[in-house]
Design a protein around this ligand. Structure first.
Ligand SMILES: [Fe+2]
Ligand SMILES: [Fe+2]
Length: 254
Protein backbone atom coordinates (compact mmCIF):
# COMPACT_ATOMS: atom_id res chain seq x y z
CA UNK A 1 0.00 0.00 0.00
CA UNK A 2 1.13 3.55 -0.48
CA UNK A 3 2.20 5.36 2.62
CA UNK A 4 1.27 8.94 3.24
CA UNK A 5 4.17 11.09 4.22
CA UNK A 6 4.47 11.71 7.93
CA UNK A 7 3.28 15.10 9.09
CA UNK A 8 6.52 15.58 10.96
CA UNK A 9 9.26 16.84 8.73
CA UNK A 10 12.51 15.04 9.41
CA UNK A 11 15.29 17.15 8.00
CA UNK A 12 18.57 15.59 8.82
CA UNK A 13 21.79 16.74 7.29
CA UNK A 14 25.32 15.74 8.07
CA UNK A 15 25.81 18.54 10.59
CA UNK A 16 22.57 17.75 12.36
CA UNK A 17 23.44 14.08 12.50
CA UNK A 18 26.80 14.98 13.94
CA UNK A 19 25.17 17.07 16.65
CA UNK A 20 22.34 14.59 17.16
CA UNK A 21 19.69 17.04 16.02
CA UNK A 22 16.50 16.20 14.23
CA UNK A 23 13.41 17.95 13.03
CA UNK A 24 11.28 16.09 15.53
CA UNK A 25 8.56 17.85 17.41
CA UNK A 26 9.33 18.19 21.06
CA UNK A 27 6.94 16.27 23.25
CA UNK A 28 4.04 14.54 21.53
CA UNK A 29 4.50 11.00 20.29
CA UNK A 30 1.75 11.51 17.73
CA UNK A 31 3.15 13.53 14.91
CA UNK A 32 1.39 16.86 14.79
CA UNK A 33 4.04 19.36 13.97
CA UNK A 34 3.83 21.60 10.95
CA UNK A 35 6.73 22.59 8.77
CA UNK A 36 8.25 25.83 9.92
CA UNK A 37 6.99 25.50 13.47
CA UNK A 38 9.14 22.57 14.47
CA UNK A 39 11.19 23.05 17.53
CA UNK A 40 14.71 21.91 16.99
CA UNK A 41 15.49 19.64 19.86
CA UNK A 42 18.48 17.39 20.37
CA UNK A 43 17.54 13.80 19.74
CA UNK A 44 19.00 12.86 23.10
CA UNK A 45 16.29 14.89 24.87
CA UNK A 46 13.42 13.34 22.92
CA UNK A 47 11.33 10.61 24.51
CA UNK A 48 11.74 7.14 23.08
CA UNK A 49 8.03 7.08 22.17
CA UNK A 50 8.34 10.38 20.25
CA UNK A 51 11.39 9.14 18.37
CA UNK A 52 9.74 5.81 17.52
CA UNK A 53 6.60 7.60 16.32
CA UNK A 54 8.27 10.34 14.31
CA UNK A 55 11.64 9.20 13.05
CA UNK A 56 11.44 6.77 10.10
CA UNK A 57 13.19 3.48 10.82
CA UNK A 58 13.70 4.28 14.50
CA UNK A 59 11.75 1.20 15.65
CA UNK A 60 14.23 -1.11 13.92
CA UNK A 61 17.18 0.61 15.58
CA UNK A 62 15.51 0.60 19.00
CA UNK A 63 14.58 -3.08 18.66
CA UNK A 64 18.16 -3.90 17.70
CA UNK A 65 19.38 -2.31 20.92
CA UNK A 66 16.53 -3.73 23.05
CA UNK A 67 15.21 -0.27 23.93
CA UNK A 68 11.55 -0.55 24.89
CA UNK A 69 9.38 1.95 22.96
CA UNK A 70 6.02 0.30 23.80
CA UNK A 71 5.61 0.26 27.56
CA UNK A 72 8.48 2.46 28.77
CA UNK A 73 8.62 4.97 25.94
CA UNK A 74 8.54 8.08 28.11
CA UNK A 75 12.28 7.88 28.96
CA UNK A 76 14.56 10.17 26.95
CA UNK A 77 17.02 8.69 24.47
CA UNK A 78 19.88 9.76 26.75
CA UNK A 79 18.42 7.91 29.75
CA UNK A 80 17.58 4.83 27.69
CA UNK A 81 21.12 4.71 26.27
CA UNK A 82 22.57 5.04 29.76
CA UNK A 83 20.32 2.25 31.09
CA UNK A 84 21.44 -0.06 28.25
CA UNK A 85 25.09 1.06 28.55
CA UNK A 86 25.10 2.24 24.93
CA UNK A 87 27.22 4.97 23.37
CA UNK A 88 24.76 7.86 22.99
CA UNK A 89 26.58 9.57 20.11
CA UNK A 90 26.75 6.31 18.13
CA UNK A 91 23.08 5.60 18.82
CA UNK A 92 22.07 9.08 17.63
CA UNK A 93 24.16 8.69 14.49
CA UNK A 94 22.58 5.30 13.80
CA UNK A 95 19.07 6.73 14.22
CA UNK A 96 19.87 9.69 11.99
CA UNK A 97 21.39 7.53 9.26
CA UNK A 98 18.44 5.13 9.32
CA UNK A 99 15.93 8.00 9.15
CA UNK A 100 17.35 9.11 5.80
CA UNK A 101 16.62 5.75 4.20
CA UNK A 102 13.50 4.44 5.91
CA UNK A 103 9.89 4.87 4.82
CA UNK A 104 7.79 6.89 7.28
CA UNK A 105 4.67 5.37 8.79
CA UNK A 106 1.34 6.74 7.59
CA UNK A 107 -0.05 9.30 10.00
CA UNK A 108 -3.59 9.85 8.71
CA UNK A 109 -5.95 7.46 10.59
CA UNK A 110 -7.40 5.76 7.49
CA UNK A 111 -3.98 5.07 5.97
CA UNK A 112 -2.53 4.04 9.32
CA UNK A 113 -5.40 1.62 10.03
CA UNK A 114 -5.03 0.07 6.58
CA UNK A 115 -1.29 -0.31 7.16
CA UNK A 116 -1.84 -1.92 10.59
CA UNK A 117 -4.32 -4.45 9.17
CA UNK A 118 -2.28 -5.32 6.06
CA UNK A 119 1.20 -5.36 7.57
CA UNK A 120 0.43 -6.67 11.06
CA UNK A 121 -3.02 -8.24 11.60
CA UNK A 122 -2.89 -10.29 8.40
CA UNK A 123 0.78 -11.23 8.80
CA UNK A 124 0.22 -12.44 12.40
CA UNK A 125 -2.66 -14.62 11.18
CA UNK A 126 -0.45 -16.08 8.46
CA UNK A 127 2.63 -16.71 10.57
CA UNK A 128 1.35 -17.78 14.01
CA UNK A 129 0.04 -21.27 13.02
CA UNK A 130 3.37 -22.37 11.48
CA UNK A 131 5.28 -21.08 14.47
CA UNK A 132 2.96 -22.89 16.90
CA UNK A 133 3.37 -26.14 14.97
CA UNK A 134 7.16 -25.80 14.85
CA UNK A 135 7.25 -25.13 18.61
CA UNK A 136 5.21 -28.31 19.20
CA UNK A 137 7.62 -30.40 17.09
CA UNK A 138 10.78 -28.92 18.62
CA UNK A 139 9.50 -29.42 22.17
CA UNK A 140 8.47 -33.03 21.40
CA UNK A 141 11.78 -33.89 19.71
CA UNK A 142 14.04 -32.28 22.30
CA UNK A 143 11.98 -32.77 25.47
CA UNK A 144 14.88 -34.45 27.32
CA UNK A 145 17.28 -31.56 26.86
CA UNK A 146 17.62 -28.98 29.60
CA UNK A 147 17.72 -26.15 27.03
CA UNK A 148 14.45 -27.24 25.40
CA UNK A 149 12.03 -24.26 25.30
CA UNK A 150 9.39 -26.02 27.40
CA UNK A 151 6.08 -24.19 27.41
CA UNK A 152 6.74 -22.22 24.22
CA UNK A 153 4.05 -24.09 22.27
CA UNK A 154 1.44 -23.37 24.96
CA UNK A 155 2.53 -19.74 25.23
CA UNK A 156 2.32 -19.15 21.46
CA UNK A 157 -1.08 -20.89 21.31
CA UNK A 158 -2.47 -18.67 24.08
CA UNK A 159 -0.99 -15.55 22.51
CA UNK A 160 -2.54 -16.32 19.12
CA UNK A 161 -5.95 -17.02 20.65
CA UNK A 162 -5.89 -13.77 22.64
CA UNK A 163 -4.55 -11.79 19.68
CA UNK A 164 -7.24 -13.08 17.33
CA UNK A 165 -9.91 -11.94 19.77
CA UNK A 166 -8.17 -8.57 20.19
CA UNK A 167 -7.71 -7.98 16.46
CA UNK A 168 -11.30 -8.96 15.75
CA UNK A 169 -12.53 -6.30 18.23
CA UNK A 170 -10.32 -3.70 16.55
CA UNK A 171 -11.40 -4.60 13.02
CA UNK A 172 -15.10 -5.10 13.74
CA UNK A 173 -15.75 -2.32 16.27
CA UNK A 174 -12.94 0.11 17.05
CA UNK A 175 -11.43 0.81 13.63
CA UNK A 176 -14.77 1.35 11.85
CA UNK A 177 -15.75 3.94 14.47
CA UNK A 178 -12.38 5.64 14.03
CA UNK A 179 -12.80 5.64 10.24
CA UNK A 180 -16.11 7.42 10.78
CA UNK A 181 -14.38 10.15 12.74
CA UNK A 182 -14.55 8.64 16.25
CA UNK A 183 -16.93 9.38 19.09
CA UNK A 184 -16.62 10.31 22.80
CA UNK A 185 -17.40 6.77 23.95
CA UNK A 186 -14.12 5.48 22.49
CA UNK A 187 -12.26 6.09 25.76
CA UNK A 188 -13.34 2.78 27.34
CA UNK A 189 -12.69 0.49 24.36
CA UNK A 190 -9.29 2.12 23.82
CA UNK A 191 -8.46 1.56 27.51
CA UNK A 192 -9.33 -2.14 27.08
CA UNK A 193 -7.13 -2.42 24.00
CA UNK A 194 -4.26 -0.74 25.87
CA UNK A 195 -4.62 -3.29 28.69
CA UNK A 196 -4.52 -6.12 26.14
CA UNK A 197 -1.32 -4.60 24.76
CA UNK A 198 0.28 -4.62 28.23
CA UNK A 199 -0.52 -8.34 28.55
CA UNK A 200 0.80 -8.97 25.05
CA UNK A 201 4.12 -7.31 25.82
CA UNK A 202 4.36 -9.38 29.04
CA UNK A 203 3.87 -12.51 26.92
CA UNK A 204 6.63 -11.36 24.54
CA UNK A 205 8.98 -10.87 27.49
CA UNK A 206 8.17 -14.42 28.60
CA UNK A 207 8.84 -15.70 25.07
CA UNK A 208 12.25 -14.01 25.11
CA UNK A 209 13.01 -15.67 28.47
CA UNK A 210 11.95 -19.12 27.24
CA UNK A 211 14.16 -18.87 24.15
CA UNK A 212 17.20 -17.32 25.84
CA UNK A 213 16.59 -14.14 23.84
CA UNK A 214 16.06 -16.15 20.64
CA UNK A 215 19.54 -17.73 20.80
CA UNK A 216 19.44 -21.42 19.78
CA UNK A 217 22.05 -23.83 21.19
CA UNK A 218 25.13 -24.32 19.02
CA UNK A 219 24.01 -27.82 18.05
CA UNK A 220 20.34 -26.92 17.44
CA UNK A 221 18.64 -28.55 14.48
CA UNK A 222 17.23 -26.55 11.57
CA UNK A 223 13.70 -26.53 12.98
CA UNK A 224 14.88 -25.20 16.32
CA UNK A 225 16.83 -22.42 14.59
CA UNK A 226 13.90 -21.58 12.32
CA UNK A 227 11.62 -21.47 15.36
CA UNK A 228 13.78 -18.87 17.08
CA UNK A 229 14.13 -16.80 13.91
CA UNK A 230 10.32 -16.82 13.66
CA UNK A 231 9.93 -15.91 17.33
CA UNK A 232 12.30 -12.98 16.95
CA UNK A 233 10.35 -11.69 13.96
CA UNK A 234 7.08 -12.15 15.83
CA UNK A 235 8.52 -10.18 18.75
CA UNK A 236 9.60 -7.30 16.48
CA UNK A 237 6.34 -7.25 14.53
CA UNK A 238 4.13 -7.28 17.61
CA UNK A 239 6.12 -4.56 19.37
CA UNK A 240 5.90 -2.25 16.36
CA UNK A 241 2.22 -3.12 15.90
CA UNK A 242 1.49 -2.19 19.53
CA UNK A 243 3.58 0.95 19.23
CA UNK A 244 1.70 2.17 16.15
CA UNK A 245 -1.62 1.81 17.95
CA UNK A 246 -0.50 3.09 21.37
CA UNK A 247 1.54 6.06 20.19
CA UNK A 248 0.22 7.02 16.76
CA UNK A 249 -3.36 5.86 16.27
CA UNK A 250 -5.09 5.82 19.66
CA UNK A 251 -3.90 9.30 20.78
CA UNK A 252 -5.85 10.73 17.83
CA UNK A 253 -9.06 9.55 19.50
CA UNK A 254 -8.28 9.79 23.23
FE1 LIG B 1 -4.03 -4.15 16.08
FE1 LIG C 1 -4.17 -3.68 19.29
Amino acid sequence: MSQAPTSVSIALDADQAERGLSGLEGAKPQAGAQKGTLRRMALRHQSIAAIAASLPGACDVLLRHKIDFCSKGEATLALAAEARRLNLAELQAELSATARQAEPYPTEPAALIAHIIERYHKVHRLEFPGLIDTARRVEATHKDRCDCPRGLHDLLSRMFEDLEDHQHKEEAILFPIMLNGGEPSLHQPIARMLQDHVELIDALDLMADLTGDFAPPADACGSWRALYVGCRKLDSDLRVHVHLENNLLFPRFS
